[in-house]
Design a binder for this molecule. Structure first.
Ligand code: FES
Ligand code: FES
Length: 149
């Protein structure tokens, strides 16, 4: 058992403490926007925020995040107002199949919080998410647009 706070909602999850946070988010909280890709912290599809920091939830045990503030893609907007990264994603038509995009957006939102005007080098260093559809150029353009918003 662990008590998690996800997108401002507190819930008790009945899982082994070593269970990856990703499964608590998807199966206990029912929030399926966060995706499973590799399961070994390589692809970034499962990225969420824990106390504002981007983490790969497939390798983060539930026990390590109890009492912390977890935000998933479903909690990134403020009410009906999209986060500036979500808006830039729409404006630049970034997604193709979309599978990697929730994790990509969460990673970018955390980047812009730390570095509001990232350079291409900052983007290369911090956004290491993998997109099988090859949206990397659109991602870069949308990041720069969001940084100007
Ligand atoms: S599923 Fe977590 S990094 Fe790939
Ligand atoms: S948009 Fe298809 S994997 Fe990234």
């Amino acid at each position: 058992m662990a008590r998690l706070t996800i997108n401002g909602r507190s819930l008790e999850v009945n899982v082994n403490p070593n269970t990856p946070l990703l499964w608590a988010i998807r199966e206990q909280a029912g929030l399926t926007g966060t995706k499973y890709g590799c399961g070994i912290a390589q692809c970034g599809a499962c990225t969420v925020h824990v106390d504002g920091v981007a983490v790969r939830s497939c390798m983060m045990p539930v026990a390590a995040v109890a009492g912390k503030k977890i935000t998933t893609i479903e909690g990134l907007a403020t009410g009906t107002t999209l986060h500036k990264v979500q808006k830039a994603w729409l404006d630049h038509e970034v997604p193709q199949c979309g599978y990697c995009q929730a994790g990509m957006i969460m990673a970018v939102a955390a980047l812009l919080k730390d570095k509001p005007k990232p350079t291409d080098a900052d983007i290369d260093a911090r956004i290491t998410n993998i997109c099988r559809c090859g949206t990397f150029q659109q991602v870069r353009e949308a990041i720069h647009a969001a940084a100007k918003a």
